[in-house]
Design a protein around this ligand. Structure first.
Ligand code: PLP
Length: 381
C-alpha cells in the first residue's frame, strides 16, 4: 500500500515517539500538581516544550494555548474572540474555501445572531482581496483566512491580508493546519494574531494541537470554551498531557529543521503529475499551477474527464489518496472548495487529491502512477 494522503494525516515520526514515551511511563506526574517533585518535573517539561514550540512559531510562549487539535483551535479562536464579554464588534469575515472546522463555526455564530460574511476566491483558490477589503468595517472583530488549503494547497499572501485586516482594527486568525511544518509560519513576522495547528499534520501524534493567541503586536482577548480548573491561564481548563505537548514540540522542531526536505517532496509531486498527465488524456490540475510558490509543494489535485474520483479510488486499493474534500470521508457531497473555484458538481466529483510526504520515495511514486493509470484505463474503457 502506498500512502499518498499526507493532507489527511502524516505518520508519527519515530523520533517523536521516542521523545514522548518517558512521559507516559517514568514521568507520569500531573503538571498542575506542583507541590511535589512528580508534578514539577512534568510542569517544567511542558514549559520547555511550549517555549520550543513558541520559538518555532515566532510567538511569545505565554501566548500558546494547547488544544486537542485544529478543530478545537479554530472553534476557540472564532467563538473566543467574538464572544468575549468586552468584544464590541459583531462581525466575522471568512472565506468560502475554509475547512469545515471554520465554516461550521462561522455558520453557528451566524445563527447566534453575529454578522458573518463569506468572501469568495479566484480560480486558483486565492481570496478575492478586493471583496475582502470591501467587507471590512468598524464592526469587524475577526477575519479568518487559512494559511494553506487542505484540498488544492493554495497559499495566500498572508502578510498582505494581515495588513489589510489591521488597517480596519480587526484581528486576523489563520488556520495554518496544512502550513505548519511545511512552510515558514511566523506569527510576529507575518503579523497574524491567532494561528491554529494540529500535530498530526506535521508528523506528530493525533489529538493535540495549538492556538496562538496574540503575537505581541496587539492585545487579543479570548473567552475560553472549556472552563474548569483554570489551567493554561484560564484559557483552557483540564489537565495537560505532557507526552503530547512534548511530542508536538519535537515534531515541529524536526519539521522546521528539516524543511528543506520539502523540495524533494516537490520533485516527487511533479513526477507524479508528469507520469499521470502523459498517460491520461485530458487530465487537469485543480488550483494553482505547480510551478508557483502559492501552492504547497506536496499537493496535487487533479480532474479527469470521464470517471468519478470515488470509483478511481475504489479501483486502486493499493494507493491511499482521496476524492472530493476528504480530510474525512464522512461527507459525500462534492468538494465545497472545488465548487468555490467555479467547478461544476460533476467536475468536483471527477477530482482527486494526492498529498505527497517526506516518507515517499521515487519508486513508490512510479509504482503508484502505474497503478493509477492502469485502473483509470480499465474504468474509462
Ligand atoms: N483545518 C485544516 C485546514 C485541516 O486540513 C484539518 C484537517 O483535518 C483541520 C483543520 C482539522 O484538524 P483536526 O482534525 O486535527 O482537528
Amino acid at each position: 500500500m502506498i500512502y499518498l494522503d499526507h493532507h489527511a494525516t502524516t505518520p508519527c515520526d519515530r523520533r517523536v515517539v521516542e521523545a514522548m514515551l518517558p512521559w507516559l511511563t517514568d514521568h507520569f506526574g500531573n503538571p498542575h500538581s506542583i507541590s511535589h517533585e512528580f508534578g514539577r518535573v512534568a510542569a517544567d517539561a511542558i514549559q520547555a516544550a511550549i517555549d520550543d514550540l513558541a520559538a518555532n512559531l515566532d510567538v511569545p510562549a505565554d501566548n500558546v494555548v494547547i488544544t486537542s487539535g485544529a478543530t478545537e483551535s479554530n472553534l476557540l479562536a472564532i467563538r473566543g474572540v467574538l464572544c468575549h464579554p468586552r468584544q464590541q464588534r459583531r462581525k466575522l469575515v471568512t472565506v468560502t474555501t475554509e475547512h469545515p472546522s471554520v465554516l461550521d463555526v462561522a455558520k453557528e455564530i451566524q445563527a447566534d445572531g453575529f454578522d458573518v460574511t463569506f468572501v469568495g476566491v479566484d480560480d486558483q483558490g486565492l481570496v478575492d482581496q478586493q471583496q475582502l477589503a470591501s467587507e471590512l468595517d468598524d464592526d469587524t472583530a475577526l477575519v479568518s483566512v487559512m494559511w494553506a488549503n487542505n484540498e488544492i494547497g493554495t497559499i495566500p499572501d498572508i502578510q498582505a491580508i494581515a495588513s489589510l485586516v489591521h488597517q480596519h482594527g480587526a484581528l486576523l486568525h489563520s488556520d495554518a493546519t496544512q502550513a505548519v511544518g511545511r512552510i515558514a509560519v511566523h506569527a510576529r513576522r507575518d503579523d497574524v494574531d491567532l494561528i491554529s495547528g494540529s500535530a498530526h499534520k506535521f508528523y506528530g501524534p493525533k489529538g493535540v494541537g495549538f492556538l496562538t493567541v496574540g503575537n505581541g503586536n496587539r492585545r487579543v482577548r479570548i473567552r475560553p470554551i472549556q472552563v474548569g480548573g483554570g489551567q493554561q491561564r484560564g484559557r483552557r481548563g483540564g489537565t495537560m498531557n505532557p507526552s503530547s505537548v512534548i511530542a508536538m514540540a519535537t515534531a515541529l522542531r524536526l519539521a522546521c529543521d528539516e524543511m528543506q526536505a520539502e523540495s524533494e517532496v516537490r520533485e516527487l509531486r511533479d513526477l507524479l503529475w508528469q507520469t499521470l498527465s502523459q498517460q491520461i488524456d485530458g487530465l487537469k490540475i485543480n488550483g494553482p499551477s505547480l510551478d508557483t510558490d502559492s501552492r504547497l509543494v506536496g499537493n496535487l489535485n487533479v480532474m479527469v474527464a470521464d470517471i468519478e474520483g470515488e470509483a478511481w479510488m475504489a479501483a486502486t486499493p493499493e494507493v491511499a489518496f482521496s476524492s472530493g474534500s476528504a480530510c474525512s470521508s464522512v461527507d459525500p457531497s462534492p468538494s465545497h472548495v472545488l465548487t468555490a473555484l467555479g467547478h461544476s458538481e460533476s467536475q468536483a466529483r471527477r477530482s482527486v487529491r494526492f498529498g505527497i510526504g517526506r516518507g515517499n520515495t521515487e519508486d513508490e511514486i512510479r509504482h503508484a502512477a502505474g497503478l493509477l493509470v492502469e485502473s483509470y484505463k480499465r474504468l474509462s474503457g
